[in-house]
Design a protein around this ligand. Structure first.
Ligand code: ATP
Ligand code: MG
Ligand code: MG
Ligand code: MG
Length: 576
Protein backbone atom coordinates (compact mmCIF):
# COMPACT_ATOMS: atom_id res chain seq x y z
CA UNK A 1 0.00 0.00 0.00
CA UNK A 2 1.21 3.47 -0.84
CA UNK A 3 0.25 6.29 1.49
CA UNK A 4 -0.51 8.56 -1.48
CA UNK A 5 -3.30 6.16 -2.46
CA UNK A 6 -4.50 5.29 1.01
CA UNK A 7 -6.94 7.38 3.01
CA UNK A 8 -4.83 8.89 5.76
CA UNK A 9 -6.49 11.52 7.86
CA UNK A 10 -5.15 12.24 11.32
CA UNK A 11 -6.31 14.79 13.86
CA UNK A 12 -4.19 16.90 16.20
CA UNK A 13 -6.92 16.91 18.84
CA UNK A 14 -9.60 14.39 19.67
CA UNK A 15 -13.21 15.60 19.64
CA UNK A 16 -14.09 16.97 23.06
CA UNK A 17 -16.66 14.25 23.85
CA UNK A 18 -14.05 11.51 23.66
CA UNK A 19 -13.52 10.15 27.17
CA UNK A 20 -10.85 7.48 27.25
CA UNK A 21 -7.46 7.27 25.63
CA UNK A 22 -8.29 4.47 23.17
CA UNK A 23 -11.29 6.38 21.89
CA UNK A 24 -9.26 9.58 21.51
CA UNK A 25 -6.42 7.83 19.73
CA UNK A 26 -8.65 5.85 17.38
CA UNK A 27 -10.39 9.05 16.38
CA UNK A 28 -7.13 10.96 16.02
CA UNK A 29 -5.52 8.17 14.01
CA UNK A 30 -8.46 8.13 11.61
CA UNK A 31 -9.48 4.57 12.49
CA UNK A 32 -13.08 5.37 13.37
CA UNK A 33 -15.49 8.23 12.80
CA UNK A 34 -18.59 8.77 14.89
CA UNK A 35 -21.93 8.74 13.07
CA UNK A 36 -24.23 8.72 16.09
CA UNK A 37 -23.91 7.76 19.76
CA UNK A 38 -22.30 4.31 19.81
CA UNK A 39 -22.40 4.06 16.02
CA UNK A 40 -19.21 4.42 14.02
CA UNK A 41 -17.72 4.26 10.58
CA UNK A 42 -14.78 1.89 10.64
CA UNK A 43 -12.45 3.77 8.35
CA UNK A 44 -9.92 1.94 6.14
CA UNK A 45 -7.20 2.28 8.78
CA UNK A 46 -9.42 0.84 11.50
CA UNK A 47 -10.86 -1.89 9.35
CA UNK A 48 -7.39 -3.26 8.66
CA UNK A 49 -6.92 -3.97 12.36
CA UNK A 50 -10.43 -5.40 12.67
CA UNK A 51 -9.74 -7.78 9.79
CA UNK A 52 -6.56 -8.95 11.49
CA UNK A 53 -8.42 -9.68 14.72
CA UNK A 54 -11.03 -11.57 12.70
CA UNK A 55 -8.37 -13.57 10.88
CA UNK A 56 -6.82 -14.76 14.14
CA UNK A 57 -10.25 -15.68 15.50
CA UNK A 58 -11.19 -17.60 12.35
CA UNK A 59 -7.89 -19.40 12.28
CA UNK A 60 -8.14 -20.62 15.87
CA UNK A 61 -11.84 -21.45 15.76
CA UNK A 62 -11.58 -23.35 12.51
CA UNK A 63 -8.67 -25.22 14.01
CA UNK A 64 -10.82 -26.07 17.02
CA UNK A 65 -13.47 -27.56 14.76
CA UNK A 66 -15.98 -24.70 14.68
CA UNK A 67 -17.72 -23.68 11.46
CA UNK A 68 -18.47 -20.21 10.23
CA UNK A 69 -21.89 -19.17 9.00
CA UNK A 70 -23.82 -15.94 9.23
CA UNK A 71 -27.23 -15.34 10.70
CA UNK A 72 -29.47 -12.41 9.86
CA UNK A 73 -29.11 -9.04 11.49
CA UNK A 74 -32.88 -8.63 11.30
CA UNK A 75 -34.61 -11.44 13.19
CA UNK A 76 -38.32 -12.20 13.49
CA UNK A 77 -40.01 -11.65 16.83
CA UNK A 78 -41.57 -15.13 16.76
CA UNK A 79 -38.26 -16.84 17.49
CA UNK A 80 -37.55 -14.49 20.38
CA UNK A 81 -41.05 -15.03 21.72
CA UNK A 82 -40.46 -18.77 21.84
CA UNK A 83 -37.79 -18.33 24.49
CA UNK A 84 -39.55 -15.48 26.23
CA UNK A 85 -36.67 -13.16 25.52
CA UNK A 86 -38.78 -10.87 23.35
CA UNK A 87 -40.15 -9.53 26.63
CA UNK A 88 -37.15 -10.15 28.79
CA UNK A 89 -34.50 -8.37 26.72
CA UNK A 90 -35.95 -4.97 27.42
CA UNK A 91 -34.95 -1.74 25.69
CA UNK A 92 -31.42 -2.96 24.95
CA UNK A 93 -32.91 -4.92 22.03
CA UNK A 94 -33.78 -2.64 19.14
CA UNK A 95 -37.12 -3.55 17.62
CA UNK A 96 -38.46 -2.61 14.23
CA UNK A 97 -41.59 -3.28 12.23
CA UNK A 98 -41.75 -4.19 8.59
CA UNK A 99 -44.30 -2.77 6.13
CA UNK A 100 -46.78 -5.47 7.15
CA UNK A 101 -46.53 -4.37 10.76
CA UNK A 102 -44.64 -7.50 11.76
CA UNK A 103 -42.15 -7.27 14.61
CA UNK A 104 -38.44 -7.81 14.19
CA UNK A 105 -35.37 -7.28 16.31
CA UNK A 106 -31.84 -6.35 15.37
CA UNK A 107 -29.78 -9.17 16.74
CA UNK A 108 -28.09 -8.44 20.07
CA UNK A 109 -26.98 -12.11 20.04
CA UNK A 110 -28.26 -15.18 18.20
CA UNK A 111 -29.20 -18.09 20.47
CA UNK A 112 -32.74 -18.23 19.08
CA UNK A 113 -31.79 -18.31 15.42
CA UNK A 114 -29.01 -20.83 15.89
CA UNK A 115 -31.26 -23.11 17.97
CA UNK A 116 -33.79 -22.91 15.17
CA UNK A 117 -31.10 -24.04 12.75
CA UNK A 118 -30.22 -26.94 15.02
CA UNK A 119 -33.76 -28.18 15.43
CA UNK A 120 -34.21 -28.21 11.68
CA UNK A 121 -30.85 -29.59 10.61
CA UNK A 122 -29.40 -31.69 13.39
CA UNK A 123 -31.59 -34.77 13.56
CA UNK A 124 -29.32 -37.46 14.91
CA UNK A 125 -26.63 -37.92 17.56
CA UNK A 126 -24.41 -38.92 14.64
CA UNK A 127 -24.33 -35.26 13.55
CA UNK A 128 -23.03 -34.13 16.92
CA UNK A 129 -21.05 -32.33 18.20
CA UNK A 130 -21.47 -29.19 16.10
CA UNK A 131 -20.13 -25.74 16.70
CA UNK A 132 -21.30 -22.79 14.59
CA UNK A 133 -19.98 -19.26 14.73
CA UNK A 134 -20.44 -15.97 12.98
CA UNK A 135 -18.58 -12.68 12.94
CA UNK A 136 -21.48 -10.32 12.53
CA UNK A 137 -22.81 -6.92 13.36
CA UNK A 138 -24.67 -6.78 16.65
CA UNK A 139 -26.95 -4.07 17.84
CA UNK A 140 -27.52 -3.35 21.52
CA UNK A 141 -29.24 -0.16 22.44
CA UNK A 142 -26.93 0.35 25.40
CA UNK A 143 -28.25 2.78 27.95
CA UNK A 144 -24.96 4.51 27.98
CA UNK A 145 -22.85 3.96 24.88
CA UNK A 146 -19.39 5.26 25.56
CA UNK A 147 -15.67 4.83 25.24
CA UNK A 148 -15.81 4.57 21.44
CA UNK A 149 -15.77 1.01 20.16
CA UNK A 150 -15.60 -0.38 23.67
CA UNK A 151 -19.28 0.14 24.41
CA UNK A 152 -20.88 0.76 21.09
CA UNK A 153 -24.47 0.22 20.11
CA UNK A 154 -23.61 -1.21 16.71
CA UNK A 155 -20.52 -3.35 17.03
CA UNK A 156 -18.88 -6.45 15.68
CA UNK A 157 -19.04 -9.63 17.70
CA UNK A 158 -17.92 -13.15 17.08
CA UNK A 159 -20.63 -15.33 18.56
CA UNK A 160 -20.44 -19.10 18.53
CA UNK A 161 -22.77 -21.85 19.70
CA UNK A 162 -22.07 -25.51 20.42
CA UNK A 163 -24.53 -28.41 20.27
CA UNK A 164 -23.80 -31.63 22.09
CA UNK A 165 -25.40 -34.94 23.05
CA UNK A 166 -24.90 -34.73 26.76
CA UNK A 167 -23.39 -32.76 29.60
CA UNK A 168 -19.97 -34.42 29.34
CA UNK A 169 -19.71 -33.72 25.64
CA UNK A 170 -20.86 -30.12 26.21
CA UNK A 171 -18.10 -29.82 28.80
CA UNK A 172 -15.55 -30.90 26.22
CA UNK A 173 -16.88 -28.32 23.75
CA UNK A 174 -16.65 -25.68 26.44
CA UNK A 175 -13.08 -26.65 27.31
CA UNK A 176 -12.09 -26.58 23.64
CA UNK A 177 -13.48 -23.05 23.26
CA UNK A 178 -11.88 -21.90 26.51
CA UNK A 179 -8.53 -23.14 25.21
CA UNK A 180 -9.09 -21.56 21.79
CA UNK A 181 -9.86 -18.24 23.46
CA UNK A 182 -6.57 -18.39 25.31
CA UNK A 183 -4.74 -18.93 22.03
CA UNK A 184 -6.66 -16.12 20.35
CA UNK A 185 -5.85 -13.53 23.02
CA UNK A 186 -2.25 -14.76 23.26
CA UNK A 187 -1.82 -14.34 19.53
CA UNK A 188 -3.40 -10.91 19.52
CA UNK A 189 -0.86 -10.01 22.20
CA UNK A 190 -3.06 -8.86 25.07
CA UNK A 191 -2.47 -9.05 28.79
CA UNK A 192 -5.63 -10.69 30.06
CA UNK A 193 -7.10 -12.90 32.74
CA UNK A 194 -9.76 -15.58 32.35
CA UNK A 195 -12.09 -15.16 35.31
CA UNK A 196 -15.00 -17.20 36.59
CA UNK A 197 -18.34 -15.49 36.05
CA UNK A 198 -21.80 -16.07 37.42
CA UNK A 199 -23.82 -18.75 35.70
CA UNK A 200 -27.12 -17.40 37.00
CA UNK A 201 -30.06 -19.74 36.74
CA UNK A 202 -28.05 -22.26 34.67
CA UNK A 203 -25.80 -23.09 37.60
CA UNK A 204 -22.49 -24.92 37.50
CA UNK A 205 -19.06 -23.47 37.09
CA UNK A 206 -18.86 -23.09 33.36
CA UNK A 207 -18.89 -19.40 32.62
CA UNK A 208 -15.68 -17.48 32.12
CA UNK A 209 -14.98 -13.98 30.98
CA UNK A 210 -11.73 -13.02 29.31
CA UNK A 211 -10.82 -9.69 30.82
CA UNK A 212 -8.12 -7.43 29.42
CA UNK A 213 -6.38 -5.78 32.33
CA UNK A 214 -6.79 -1.99 32.17
CA UNK A 215 -7.43 0.80 34.65
CA UNK A 216 -10.25 2.15 32.50
CA UNK A 217 -12.08 -1.19 32.47
CA UNK A 218 -15.73 -1.08 33.42
CA UNK A 219 -15.52 -4.44 35.18
CA UNK A 220 -13.76 -5.36 38.38
CA UNK A 221 -12.14 -8.71 38.88
CA UNK A 222 -10.83 -10.33 42.01
CA UNK A 223 -7.95 -12.73 42.00
CA UNK A 224 -5.53 -14.35 44.35
CA UNK A 225 -1.89 -13.65 43.48
CA UNK A 226 -0.87 -16.85 45.28
CA UNK A 227 -3.18 -19.22 43.45
CA UNK A 228 -5.14 -19.42 40.21
CA UNK A 229 -8.38 -18.13 41.75
CA UNK A 230 -9.90 -15.39 39.59
CA UNK A 231 -13.51 -14.29 39.34
CA UNK A 232 -15.46 -11.30 38.25
CA UNK A 233 -16.55 -9.28 41.20
CA UNK A 234 -20.25 -10.02 40.75
CA UNK A 235 -19.59 -13.70 41.22
CA UNK A 236 -17.36 -13.10 44.19
CA UNK A 237 -20.00 -10.83 45.70
CA UNK A 238 -22.78 -13.29 45.03
CA UNK A 239 -20.80 -15.99 46.81
CA UNK A 240 -20.00 -13.69 49.67
CA UNK A 241 -23.70 -13.07 50.16
CA UNK A 242 -24.54 -16.71 50.46
CA UNK A 243 -25.31 -17.90 53.97
CA UNK A 244 -22.27 -19.26 55.68
CA UNK A 245 -19.96 -17.02 53.69
CA UNK A 246 -20.53 -13.84 55.53
CA UNK A 247 -17.05 -12.44 55.26
CA UNK A 248 -18.87 -9.58 53.61
CA UNK A 249 -17.64 -6.38 55.03
CA UNK A 250 -18.69 -3.40 53.10
CA UNK A 251 -21.43 -1.94 51.06
CA UNK A 252 -19.91 1.03 49.38
CA UNK A 253 -22.15 3.38 47.64
CA UNK A 254 -20.26 6.40 46.51
CA UNK A 255 -22.93 8.79 47.54
CA UNK A 256 -23.57 11.47 47.10
CA UNK A 257 -21.35 12.67 44.31
CA UNK A 258 -21.46 16.41 44.83
CA UNK A 259 -24.03 17.87 42.54
CA UNK A 260 -25.11 14.52 41.19
CA UNK A 261 -28.19 12.58 41.97
CA UNK A 262 -27.82 9.46 44.01
CA UNK A 263 -30.88 8.15 42.27
CA UNK A 264 -29.06 8.67 39.01
CA UNK A 265 -26.12 6.72 40.30
CA UNK A 266 -28.24 3.87 41.47
CA UNK A 267 -30.17 3.83 38.22
CA UNK A 268 -26.83 3.61 36.52
CA UNK A 269 -25.94 0.72 38.73
CA UNK A 270 -29.14 -1.03 37.77
CA UNK A 271 -28.36 -0.54 34.14
CA UNK A 272 -25.05 -2.32 34.46
CA UNK A 273 -25.94 -5.38 32.48
CA UNK A 274 -24.87 -8.11 34.79
CA UNK A 275 -25.88 -11.38 33.30
CA UNK A 276 -26.51 -12.55 36.74
CA UNK A 277 -29.08 -13.05 39.36
CA UNK A 278 -29.57 -10.10 41.60
CA UNK A 279 -28.65 -11.03 45.08
CA UNK A 280 -28.98 -7.63 46.57
CA UNK A 281 -30.05 -4.22 45.55
CA UNK A 282 -29.46 -0.85 47.01
CA UNK A 283 -32.04 1.82 46.65
CA UNK A 284 -31.21 5.41 47.33
CA UNK A 285 -32.99 8.67 47.47
CA UNK A 286 -31.90 12.28 47.62
CA UNK A 287 -33.41 15.21 49.36
CA UNK A 288 -32.62 18.48 47.76
CA UNK A 289 -33.03 22.09 48.78
CA UNK A 290 -34.75 24.72 46.64
CA UNK A 291 -31.64 25.14 44.49
CA UNK A 292 -31.58 21.45 43.79
CA UNK A 293 -28.56 20.94 46.01
CA UNK A 294 -28.53 17.56 47.66
CA UNK A 295 -28.90 17.99 51.39
CA UNK A 296 -29.56 14.45 52.38
CA UNK A 297 -29.20 11.05 50.78
CA UNK A 298 -30.74 7.93 52.08
CA UNK A 299 -29.80 4.48 50.97
CA UNK A 300 -31.76 1.37 51.74
CA UNK A 301 -30.52 -2.11 51.39
CA UNK A 302 -32.94 -4.54 49.89
CA UNK A 303 -32.35 -8.19 49.40
CA UNK A 304 -33.84 -10.21 46.65
CA UNK A 305 -35.46 -13.46 47.53
CA UNK A 306 -35.96 -15.09 44.18
CA UNK A 307 -33.89 -15.43 41.03
CA UNK A 308 -34.73 -12.18 39.36
CA UNK A 309 -32.66 -11.15 36.44
CA UNK A 310 -31.48 -7.63 36.49
CA UNK A 311 -33.04 -7.08 33.11
CA UNK A 312 -36.44 -7.25 34.72
CA UNK A 313 -35.46 -4.38 36.92
CA UNK A 314 -34.10 -2.47 33.95
CA UNK A 315 -37.15 -2.91 31.82
CA UNK A 316 -39.36 -1.70 34.60
CA UNK A 317 -41.15 -5.03 34.72
CA UNK A 318 -41.71 -4.33 38.29
CA UNK A 319 -44.54 -6.80 38.67
CA UNK A 320 -41.98 -9.55 38.65
CA UNK A 321 -40.47 -7.99 41.71
CA UNK A 322 -43.59 -7.65 43.75
CA UNK A 323 -42.88 -10.62 45.88
CA UNK A 324 -39.19 -10.63 45.32
CA UNK A 325 -37.93 -7.63 47.15
CA UNK A 326 -38.00 -6.93 50.81
CA UNK A 327 -35.87 -5.06 53.20
CA UNK A 328 -33.11 -6.88 54.89
CA UNK A 329 -33.92 -8.16 58.32
CA UNK A 330 -31.94 -6.99 61.27
CA UNK A 331 -30.23 -10.36 61.49
CA UNK A 332 -29.22 -10.23 57.84
CA UNK A 333 -27.84 -6.76 58.20
CA UNK A 334 -25.84 -7.78 61.21
CA UNK A 335 -24.61 -10.80 59.33
CA UNK A 336 -23.61 -8.93 56.20
CA UNK A 337 -22.44 -5.65 57.60
CA UNK A 338 -21.40 -6.50 61.09
CA UNK A 339 -23.52 -3.76 62.59
CA UNK A 340 -27.10 -3.10 63.50
CA UNK A 341 -29.56 -1.46 61.18
CA UNK A 342 -29.63 2.24 61.51
CA UNK A 343 -26.60 4.16 60.60
CA UNK A 344 -24.09 2.23 58.65
CA UNK A 345 -21.11 4.37 58.31
CA UNK A 346 -18.63 5.58 57.66
CA UNK A 347 -17.63 2.43 55.79
CA UNK A 348 -16.25 4.16 52.76
CA UNK A 349 -19.26 6.41 52.66
CA UNK A 350 -19.07 10.13 52.60
CA UNK A 351 -22.34 10.27 54.48
CA UNK A 352 -23.93 7.76 56.78
CA UNK A 353 -26.28 5.27 55.26
CA UNK A 354 -29.55 4.43 56.86
CA UNK A 355 -30.89 0.96 56.56
CA UNK A 356 -34.46 0.31 57.47
CA UNK A 357 -35.20 -3.18 58.52
CA UNK A 358 -38.20 -5.37 58.16
CA UNK A 359 -40.48 -3.62 55.76
CA UNK A 360 -42.22 -5.64 53.15
CA UNK A 361 -42.64 -3.85 49.89
CA UNK A 362 -45.82 -4.95 48.25
CA UNK A 363 -45.46 -3.00 45.09
CA UNK A 364 -42.17 -1.63 44.01
CA UNK A 365 -43.72 0.82 41.57
CA UNK A 366 -45.89 2.40 44.24
CA UNK A 367 -43.00 2.40 46.57
CA UNK A 368 -40.67 4.06 44.14
CA UNK A 369 -42.96 6.57 42.57
CA UNK A 370 -45.68 7.26 45.03
CA UNK A 371 -44.27 6.74 48.44
CA UNK A 372 -45.03 9.50 50.83
CA UNK A 373 -44.98 7.10 53.67
CA UNK A 374 -43.20 8.22 56.88
CA UNK A 375 -39.78 6.87 56.62
CA UNK A 376 -39.61 6.78 53.02
CA UNK A 377 -38.35 10.16 52.01
CA UNK A 378 -38.31 9.32 48.40
CA UNK A 379 -37.74 12.22 46.10
CA UNK A 380 -36.61 10.37 43.05
CA UNK A 381 -39.74 10.81 40.99
CA UNK A 382 -37.60 10.65 37.90
CA UNK A 383 -36.97 6.99 38.50
CA UNK A 384 -36.99 4.98 35.32
CA UNK A 385 -36.98 8.04 33.13
CA UNK A 386 -33.91 9.42 31.51
CA UNK A 387 -31.71 10.44 34.34
CA UNK A 388 -28.84 12.86 34.25
CA UNK A 389 -25.67 11.05 33.42
CA UNK A 390 -23.77 10.41 36.61
CA UNK A 391 -19.99 10.60 36.63
CA UNK A 392 -19.52 7.83 39.07
CA UNK A 393 -21.02 4.41 38.84
CA UNK A 394 -22.24 3.40 42.24
CA UNK A 395 -19.79 0.94 43.61
CA UNK A 396 -21.14 -1.76 45.82
CA UNK A 397 -18.59 -4.00 47.37
CA UNK A 398 -19.15 -6.94 49.58
CA UNK A 399 -15.71 -8.19 48.71
CA UNK A 400 -12.71 -5.99 49.27
CA UNK A 401 -8.97 -6.32 48.77
CA UNK A 402 -7.40 -8.40 51.48
CA UNK A 403 -10.41 -10.65 52.02
CA UNK A 404 -9.42 -14.30 52.20
CA UNK A 405 -9.44 -16.07 48.83
CA UNK A 406 -12.21 -18.70 48.66
CA UNK A 407 -9.61 -21.37 47.90
CA UNK A 408 -7.91 -20.52 51.20
CA UNK A 409 -4.54 -19.97 49.55
CA UNK A 410 -4.05 -16.29 50.10
CA UNK A 411 -5.86 -12.99 50.03
CA UNK A 412 -7.78 -11.31 47.26
CA UNK A 413 -6.58 -8.48 45.08
CA UNK A 414 -8.81 -6.40 42.81
CA UNK A 415 -8.06 -5.22 39.29
CA UNK A 416 -10.10 -3.51 36.64
CA UNK A 417 -10.73 -5.25 33.36
CA UNK A 418 -12.37 -4.95 29.96
CA UNK A 419 -14.52 -7.95 29.03
CA UNK A 420 -13.36 -9.00 25.57
CA UNK A 421 -14.67 -12.55 25.57
CA UNK A 422 -17.21 -14.69 27.34
CA UNK A 423 -17.73 -18.45 27.24
CA UNK A 424 -20.90 -19.81 28.76
CA UNK A 425 -22.41 -23.26 29.20
CA UNK A 426 -26.14 -22.95 28.48
CA UNK A 427 -27.34 -26.47 29.17
CA UNK A 428 -30.76 -27.12 27.67
CA UNK A 429 -32.21 -23.67 28.42
CA UNK A 430 -32.76 -22.78 24.77
CA UNK A 431 -33.24 -26.25 23.33
CA UNK A 432 -36.04 -26.87 25.84
CA UNK A 433 -37.68 -23.52 25.29
CA UNK A 434 -37.64 -24.07 21.53
CA UNK A 435 -38.09 -27.81 21.68
CA UNK A 436 -34.92 -28.52 19.75
CA UNK A 437 -34.16 -32.21 19.89
CA UNK A 438 -32.14 -34.90 18.13
CA UNK A 439 -32.57 -38.66 18.19
CA UNK A 440 -30.06 -40.25 20.52
CA UNK A 441 -28.50 -43.68 20.13
CA UNK A 442 -31.48 -45.25 21.91
CA UNK A 443 -33.85 -43.77 19.32
CA UNK A 444 -35.33 -41.31 21.82
CA UNK A 445 -35.47 -37.54 21.29
CA UNK A 446 -33.15 -35.51 23.53
CA UNK A 447 -32.63 -31.80 23.97
CA UNK A 448 -29.32 -30.41 22.78
CA UNK A 449 -26.79 -29.45 25.40
CA UNK A 450 -25.60 -26.02 24.33
CA UNK A 451 -22.84 -23.51 24.96
CA UNK A 452 -22.34 -19.97 23.69
CA UNK A 453 -19.09 -18.14 23.12
CA UNK A 454 -18.70 -14.44 22.39
CA UNK A 455 -15.78 -12.19 21.49
CA UNK A 456 -16.05 -8.42 21.17
CA UNK A 457 -14.12 -7.98 17.94
CA UNK A 458 -14.27 -4.20 17.79
CA UNK A 459 -13.95 -3.85 21.58
CA UNK A 460 -10.61 -5.67 21.32
CA UNK A 461 -9.15 -2.70 19.44
CA UNK A 462 -10.07 -0.33 22.23
CA UNK A 463 -8.80 -2.74 24.88
CA UNK A 464 -5.50 -3.23 23.05
CA UNK A 465 -4.95 0.52 22.93
CA UNK A 466 -5.85 1.05 26.58
CA UNK A 467 -3.03 -1.35 27.31
CA UNK A 468 -0.57 -0.18 24.67
CA UNK A 469 -0.07 3.53 24.13
CA UNK A 470 2.17 6.42 25.08
CA UNK A 471 1.98 10.20 24.83
CA UNK A 472 2.65 10.04 21.10
CA UNK A 473 -0.08 7.58 20.25
CA UNK A 474 -0.98 3.95 19.80
CA UNK A 475 1.55 1.14 20.11
CA UNK A 476 -0.15 -1.74 18.34
CA UNK A 477 0.62 -5.32 19.22
CA UNK A 478 2.20 -6.33 15.89
CA UNK A 479 -0.45 -8.97 15.16
CA UNK A 480 -3.27 -6.44 14.87
CA UNK A 481 -1.47 -3.31 13.69
CA UNK A 482 -3.08 -1.79 10.59
CA UNK A 483 0.35 -2.04 8.95
CA UNK A 484 3.39 -3.89 10.25
CA UNK A 485 6.02 -1.69 8.65
CA UNK A 486 6.11 1.84 7.30
CA UNK A 487 8.78 3.08 4.95
CA UNK A 488 9.19 6.84 5.14
CA UNK A 489 10.82 8.43 2.13
CA UNK A 490 12.41 11.73 3.21
CA UNK A 491 12.61 14.28 0.40
CA UNK A 492 10.47 12.11 -1.85
CA UNK A 493 9.77 14.74 -4.47
CA UNK A 494 13.36 15.86 -4.76
CA UNK A 495 15.43 12.72 -4.59
CA UNK A 496 15.35 10.01 -7.17
CA UNK A 497 17.80 7.99 -5.08
CA UNK A 498 15.32 7.99 -2.18
CA UNK A 499 12.44 6.98 -4.43
CA UNK A 500 14.46 4.17 -6.01
CA UNK A 501 15.68 2.76 -2.74
CA UNK A 502 12.26 3.07 -1.04
CA UNK A 503 10.47 1.44 -3.97
CA UNK A 504 13.03 -1.34 -4.10
CA UNK A 505 12.70 -2.09 -0.39
CA UNK A 506 8.92 -1.81 -0.59
CA UNK A 507 8.74 -4.35 -3.41
CA UNK A 508 11.02 -6.73 -1.55
CA UNK A 509 8.92 -6.56 1.60
CA UNK A 510 5.65 -6.98 -0.29
CA UNK A 511 7.10 -10.06 -1.97
CA UNK A 512 8.08 -11.41 1.44
CA UNK A 513 4.43 -11.11 2.49
CA UNK A 514 4.97 -8.22 4.88
CA UNK A 515 2.14 -5.78 5.43
CA UNK A 516 4.01 -2.60 4.54
CA UNK A 517 2.95 0.92 3.70
CA UNK A 518 5.22 3.26 1.77
CA UNK A 519 4.89 6.89 2.81
CA UNK A 520 5.34 8.63 -0.53
CA UNK A 521 3.33 11.74 0.40
CA UNK A 522 6.34 14.06 0.14
CA UNK A 523 5.67 15.34 3.65
CA UNK A 524 8.26 16.75 6.05
CA UNK A 525 9.84 14.03 8.22
CA UNK A 526 8.28 15.52 11.38
CA UNK A 527 4.80 15.22 9.93
CA UNK A 528 5.35 11.69 8.71
CA UNK A 529 6.86 10.53 11.97
CA UNK A 530 4.10 12.09 14.08
CA UNK A 531 1.44 10.41 11.94
CA UNK A 532 2.97 6.96 12.12
CA UNK A 533 3.68 7.24 15.81
CA UNK A 534 0.08 8.24 16.39
CA UNK A 535 -1.20 5.39 14.22
CA UNK A 536 1.17 3.05 16.03
CA UNK A 537 2.84 1.08 13.28
CA UNK A 538 5.36 -1.19 15.05
CA UNK A 539 8.31 -0.81 12.64
CA UNK A 540 9.49 2.28 10.78
CA UNK A 541 12.19 2.53 8.15
CA UNK A 542 13.42 5.95 7.14
CA UNK A 543 15.21 6.49 3.86
CA UNK A 544 16.85 9.83 3.17
CA UNK A 545 19.60 11.20 0.97
CA UNK A 546 21.98 11.79 3.84
CA UNK A 547 21.98 8.14 4.93
CA UNK A 548 21.95 6.78 1.43
CA UNK A 549 25.25 8.54 0.70
CA UNK A 550 26.80 6.23 3.30
CA UNK A 551 24.70 3.27 2.21
CA UNK A 552 22.60 3.49 5.37
CA UNK A 553 18.91 3.56 6.20
CA UNK A 554 17.40 3.91 9.61
CA UNK A 555 15.13 1.55 11.51
CA UNK A 556 13.07 2.54 14.54
CA UNK A 557 10.84 0.39 16.73
CA UNK A 558 7.64 2.10 17.86
CA UNK A 559 7.45 0.48 21.27
CA UNK A 560 10.88 1.22 22.73
CA UNK A 561 12.01 3.83 20.21
CA UNK A 562 15.16 1.81 19.60
CA UNK A 563 17.02 3.08 16.53
CA UNK A 564 19.25 0.92 14.39
CA UNK A 565 21.28 1.94 11.39
CA UNK A 566 21.14 -0.66 8.66
CA UNK A 567 23.05 -1.01 5.48
CA UNK A 568 20.75 -0.85 2.47
CA UNK A 569 21.83 -4.41 1.71
CA UNK A 570 20.65 -5.75 5.09
CA UNK A 571 17.45 -3.77 5.48
CA UNK A 572 15.03 -6.17 3.84
CA UNK A 573 16.28 -9.23 5.67
CA UNK A 574 16.35 -7.30 8.98
CA UNK A 575 12.70 -6.37 8.76
CA UNK A 576 11.57 -9.66 7.28
P1 ATP B 1 -20.80 -6.06 28.97
O1 ATP B 1 -20.80 -6.72 30.31
O2 ATP B 1 -19.56 -5.29 28.69
O3 ATP B 1 -22.06 -5.27 28.68
P2 ATP B 1 -21.89 -8.42 27.92
O4 ATP B 1 -21.58 -9.36 29.04
O5 ATP B 1 -23.24 -7.82 27.85
O6 ATP B 1 -20.80 -7.24 27.90
P3 ATP B 1 -21.86 -10.62 26.07
O7 ATP B 1 -23.30 -10.78 25.91
O8 ATP B 1 -21.11 -11.58 26.94
O9 ATP B 1 -21.54 -9.10 26.52
O10 ATP B 1 -21.24 -10.53 24.60
C1 ATP B 1 -19.99 -11.09 24.20
C2 ATP B 1 -18.93 -10.03 24.01
O11 ATP B 1 -19.36 -8.95 23.18
C3 ATP B 1 -18.51 -9.34 25.29
O12 ATP B 1 -17.59 -10.15 25.99
C4 ATP B 1 -17.88 -8.05 24.78
O13 ATP B 1 -16.52 -8.26 24.44
C5 ATP B 1 -18.68 -7.76 23.52
N1 ATP B 1 -19.64 -6.67 23.75
C6 ATP B 1 -20.77 -6.72 24.48
N2 ATP B 1 -21.42 -5.55 24.46
C7 ATP B 1 -20.66 -4.71 23.69
C8 ATP B 1 -20.80 -3.36 23.28
N3 ATP B 1 -21.84 -2.65 23.65
N4 ATP B 1 -19.85 -2.83 22.47
C9 ATP B 1 -18.79 -3.57 22.07
N5 ATP B 1 -18.61 -4.86 22.44
C10 ATP B 1 -19.52 -5.43 23.23
MG1 MG C 1 -23.93 -5.95 28.15
MG1 MG D 1 -20.65 -8.68 31.00
MG1 MG E 1 -20.68 -11.23 29.01
Amino acid sequence: MRASQFHLFTLKEAPSDAEVVSQKLMLRAGMIRKVAAGIYNYMPMGLRSIRKVEAIIRDELDRAGAMELTMPLVQPAELWQETGRWDKMGPEMLRIKDRHDRDFALQPTSEEVVTDIARQELKSYRQLPKNFYQIQTKFRDERRPRFGVMRGREFLMKDGYSFDRDVDAAGRSYDAMYAAYGRIFDRIGLEYRAVAADTGAIGGDRSHEFQVIAETGEDAIVYCPDSDYAANIELAEALALLPGRSAATTALVKTPTPGKSTCGEVAELLSVPLQTTVKSLVLASDETDEDGKIIKSTVWLLLVRGDHELNEVKTGKIDGLKAGFRFATEAEIIEHFGCKPGYLGPIGLKKPVRIIADRTVANMADFICGANDEGFHYTGANWGRDLPEPDVVADIRNVVEGDPSPDGRGVLAIQRGIEVGHVFYLGTKYSQAMNATFLDVDGKPKHFEMGCYGIGVTRILGAAIEQNHDERGIIWPAAIAPFEVVICGVGWGKSEAVRDEANRLYDTLVKAGIDVILDDRDERPGVMFADWELIGVPHRITIGDRGLKEGIIEYQARRDGEQIKLSTVDAASFVA
